[in-house]
Design a protein around this ligand. Structure first.
Ligand code: SF4
Ligand code: SF4
Length: 299
C-alpha cells in the first residue's frame, strides 16, 4: 500500500474523550464549517499556521531581525503579517523562548501509523483504539481512508469524529473501515445552523442518516447557551436520534478553553457567553431522555 500525505495538526495519545477506552486521536487540519464557539481554531484553516504565545514572548526582537521578509513588527506585542509569510520557519527556529510554534504538518500515513502503533497494548487492555478527528476528516478523505484501512489491518478499533459536512461518497468510503461514528450536530434548524457555523445543515442531516444506517453512531452536541439549548431544538434532535437509531446523544457543555488560541493565531473571538450550569445541562438531558434516548452530559 503506498502512503498518502495529509495535513495533520495534532496526534494526541492517551485520549479518553474520543470514543471508548484509551485512544490515540489524529486531528486533521481544515474544516468546512466556521463555528463561532470553536475551541480548536487552529483546526479550521486548511493550511499551516504560526501560533504566537504572548505569555512566553518577551519582545526581544530576535525573530524580527532574522525574518527574510521583514514582516514581523514588535510594538506592545508581536505581530506577523500573515498574508506575506511564506512559512520559512526562520523565526520559529530563532526564538530563544519557544514563543512561536507551527501548527499543521504534512505527514504521510506511514508516519502516522508508526505513531499510533506505540499504544497498541493500551488499546487492547482498555478496549480503546484510534480516532480520526479534526477539523473535518471528510475534507482529506483519501488520507483518512488509507489511515483507517491500515488501522483495521492491525486490528485496531476505529472511530471517525465528524461534523458530517462533507461529500457523502467520501463518507461511505470511510465507513467501510470505521467501527464507530462520533457525529456532531450543532443545530437541527437550517437557518440557525447557518447563523452558528456559516453553513446549512442539510448535507449534515443527510450524512447522519447514511452513517447511522451503516455503523454504530453517537451524536455529540456542543451545548451553546442561547443558541441551541432551547426545548424546540432538543426535541427535534431527540426525534432525529430516534429515527436514525443512534446509540446515544452526548451533550457537551460550552467551555472557553480555546479562547486564548484565537489571539495566538491573530484572530478575534466573537462570543461573549458563559458556560452552562450543571443544573441546566441536566434539565436539557431530561428533555431528550423523555424520548427514550440514552443521553450523557460530557463524553
Ligand atoms: S515564517 Fe519566515 S516569512 Fe514567516 S514570519 Fe517567520 S521568518 Fe518571516
Ligand atoms: S524571538 Fe521569540 S521571544 Fe523574541 S520577540 Fe520573537 S517571539 Fe518573542
Amino acid at each position: 500500500m503506498s502512503s498518502v500525505a495529509g495535513l495533520v495538526f495534532n496526534i494526541q495519545r492517551f485520549s479518553v474523550h474520543d470514543g471508548p477506552g484509551i485512544r490515540t486521536t489524529v486531528f486533521m487540519k481544515g474544516c468546512g464549517l466556521n463555528c463561532r464557539w470553536c475551541s480548536n481554531p487552529e483546526s479550521q484553516k486548511r493550511e499551516t499556521e504560526i501560533m504566537i504565545s504572548n505569555a512566553k514572548c518577551d519582545l526581544c526582537g530576535d525573530c524580527a531581525l532574522v525574518c527574510p521578509r521583514n514582516i514581523i513588527k514588535i510594538n506592545s506585542k508581536l505581530q506577523i503579517n500573515r498574508t506575506a509569510c511564506d512559512l520559512c520557519l526562520t523565526c520559529i527556529n530563532s526564538c530563544p523562548r519557544a514563543a512561536l510554534a507551527i501548527v499543521g504538518r504534512r505527514q504521510n500515513t506511514d508516519e502516522v501509523v508508526a505513531e499510533v502503533v506505540k499504544d497498541e497494548l493500551l488499546y487492547v487492555n482498555s478496549n480503546g483504539g484510534v480516532t480520526i478527528s479534526g477539523g473535518e476528516p471528510l475534507l482529506q478523505w483519501k488520507f483518512v481512508l488509507d489511515l483507517l484501512a491500515r488501522c483495521k489491518q492491525k486490528g485496531f478499533h476505529t472511530a471517525l469524529d465528524t461534523s458530517g459536512y462533507g461529500d457523502s461518497t467520501a463518507l461511505c468510503n470511510l465507513l467501510e473501515y470505521t467501527d464507530l461514528v462520533l457525529y456532531d450536530i450543532k443545530h437541527t434548524d437550517p437557518r440557525k445552523h447557518v447563523e452558528g457555523t456559516g453553513k446549512s445543515n442539510s448535507r449534515i442531516i443527510t450524512n447522519l442518516r447514511l452513517a447511522a444506517n451503516k455503523r454504530r453512531t453517537w451524536i455529540r452536541v456542543p451545548v451553546i447557551p442561547g443558541y441551541n439549548d432551547d426545548r424546540g431544538n432538543l426535541e427535534t434532535l431527540a426525534l432525529l436520534a430516534r429515527e436514525t437509531g443512534v446509540e446515544k446523544v452526548s451533550l457537551l457543555p460550552y467551555h472557553m478553553f480555546g479562547v486564548n488560541k484565537y489571539a495566538q493565531l491573530g484572530r478575534r473571538y466573537g462570543l461573549k457567553i458563559k458556560p452552562p450550569e450543571q443544573a441546566s445541562m441536566l434539565s436539557l438531558k431530561r428533555i431528550i431522555e423523555d424520548f427514550d434516548i440514552k443521553v450523557t452530559v460530557g463524553y
